[in-house]
Design a protein. Structure first.
Length: 547
């Protein structure tokens, strides 16, 4: 068979960007967060393989724009350009006007790094909008999504039960690319840098798998997609991210309400019957999965219900039976790898490293004592360093004290209320229009301090603190515009259009709920995927002539 070079070149010219986009949709969630190089010495954000692949794709995309081969003008492109411009203006303001960014290479470079990351995310939306041009491509995209969800879920099973390795970015040491293993009760994070990131990704994609399962007519395909969806549900549960679980509950309620009350043509009585029947079955399935696999998540939720006696008694009775079941069935735990490093959690909720054979205390091994915050599991003294007149340093162990918020709400919430959220708000007040600049709101009063991480654990406050009200409105205006467009077209007769509209609507709302407690839009694999799905949504409107 003679190879026609010209035909190969023509095919690549027409299809290369589409297959690159499919590859990124699959590769980014599946490839562990292994760093390639430091971009800023000691900083937790590092260069990774996906960054290089996205950059190569970006160069190819620019060439195709120059050759007028792609349509890049997504409906919200002006908002994206405005947000990018405002972010840069905020950096200049921090450098020259409000002095939140010291005029040093490291500080300026750090802020520009975050700015560039947002450009990287936005590019993925343009890429998918431009390269999806027909329904056949959309179907290939669905298959790729299903493969991604099933692959990360299967890896999560291997990680939980067979000690497959994980690469975490939950602290500075982990982010260097240390290979770790989970202890039996630690939270699963699969190929992601943390369990919150993993859960946020699932909140975004599980609505797609659920609606695909409900809309597929062929029995074997329906069963296969339901299996993928159940694997995804299991993964969400063992991630033990409470906010993500709540966000997903809301997404499911949105899906079932719209699916049975707007998209179905039955009488009202039949709509109510179908809605309640299918919802009870679905939440029943979810409840069974939570009961058998969600012990850590239930334990965390139970802190708020411990004072309600009927609920407390029912929980402990059911939990005792659940813990005895593996022994009754004869299940045996697999021995950990020799000389392995494991993820454990200290009394502040920070991930640490311990030798696997060494006994460790994890959040699910014991109940906390009432003298400590509900999410603190071991009394470890505070270390104070004193320097005498001769310069000799003495290390003193002191009783650890807790803030009022820590005793009332738990340490995890107290860190947000006492430190992270007030820092973000102060960053906003320094310049309400443009904020303090990317990566500059966790310094407190020490403007010259170079922080090694910049989490706020509330993406809304982080956006306000870093980019001000103008950056906030343009950034979240992107999501709200797409949500409005999706809700507007829910009654369309095209089933494929309805599926993507409803999946995006429910997934995006769940993602936005998640953003109230986690920085899901910043420096995460979930952020990459959100903007991919965002571009897919607008491309589907284009294909179905809704723009």
């Amino acid at each position: 068979m003679k190879i026609n070079l010209k035909q190969i070149i023509v095919w690549c010219d027409r299809n290369l960007l589409f297959y690159l986009s499919l590859f990124l949709l699959l590769f980014i969630p599946l490839w562990p967060k292994i760093p390639l190089a430091d971009l800023i010495p000691g900083y937790i954000v590092r260069l990774r393989l996906e960054d290089i692949l996205v950059f190569i794709t970006f160069i190819i995309y620019l060439i195709q724009i120059y050759r007028q081969k792609v349509n890049w003008q997504m409906p919200t492109w002006k908002l994206i350009i405005a947000n990018i411009s405002l972010g840069l203006m905020g950096i200049l303001s921090g450098m020259l006007l409000i002095n939140t960014i010291p005029l040093e290479t490291l500080h300026i470079g750090k802020s520009l790094l975050h700015w560039a990351r947002y450009i990287e995310y936005f590019f993925l939306a343009f890429l998918f909008f431009s390269t999806l041009n027909n329904r056949k491509q959309i179907k290939i995209l669905f298959i790729t999504m299903l493969i991604a969800v099933s692959a990360i879920s299967l890896y999560g099973i291997g990680q939980k039960y067979f000690y497959w390795p994980l690469y975490s970015t939950m602290n500075r040491e982990f982010s260097k690319g240390i290979k770790l293993y989970l202890t039996p009760h630690a939270r699963v994070q699969s190929t992601f840098g943390g369990h919150y990131d993993f859960a946020a990704y699932l909140v975004l994609l599980l609505p797609f798998t659920l609606l695909l399962a409900k809309n597929t007519k062929t029995k074997w395909k329906k069963c296969l997609i339901w299996l993928v969806h159940i694997l995804g549900l299991w993964s969400l549960i063992v991630s033990a991210a409470r906010t993500s679980i709540v966000a997903y509950f809301v997404s499911v309620l949105i899906i079932y309400t719209i699916y049975y009350f707007i998209n179905q043509q039955d009488r009202l009585k039949q709509k109510i019957k179908n809605f309640l029947g299918h919802l009870i079955v679905y939440f029943g399935l979810l409840g069974v999965l939570i009961f058998f696999f969600g012990h850590d998540m239930i334990e965390r939720f139970s802190h708020t219900l411990e004072n309600i006696e009927p609920i407390r008694n029912a929980y402990h009775t059911a939990n005792k039976w659940r813990l005895e079941l593996p022994y009754l069935l004869g299940w045996k735990e697999i021995e950990p790898p020799a000389n392995a490093l494991a993820v454990v959690v200290d009394e502040l909720g920070n991930n640490m490293i311990a030798s696997m054979p060494k006994p460790v205390v994890t959040p699910t091994d014991s109940r906390p004592k009432p003298t400590r915050p509900a999410d603190v599991y071991e009394d470890i003294p505070d270390i104070i360093y004193e320097i005498d007149a001769t310069g000799e340093v003495t290390m003193i162990e002191a009783t650890r004290t807790w803030s009022v918020n820590a005793e009332k709400y738990g340490l995890s919430m107290a860190i947000r209320l006492d430190t992270l959220w007030p820092n973000a708000w102060r960053g906003f007040l320094r310049n309400p229009l443009l904020g303090s600049g990317y990566g500059m709101i966790n310094k407190g009063e020490s403007i010259n301090l170079l922080t090694d991480a910049d989490s706020t654990d509330n993406n809304y406050l982080r956006t306000l603190g870093e980019t001000g009200i103008l950056g906030f409105l343009t950034f979240y205006g992107l999501s709200l515009t797409a949500i409005w467009m999706s809700s507007k077209n829910l009654r369309n007769k095209n089933n494929e259009l309805n599926l993507i509209n409803l999946a995006f609507l429910s997934g995006a709302i769940g993602f936005l709920i998640n953003a109230a407690y986690i920085d899901v839009f910043a420096a995460s694999k979930a952020a990459f995927t959100f903007w991919m799905v965002y571009g897919i949504f607008w491309a589907n409107q284009k294909i179905n002539k809704q723009l």
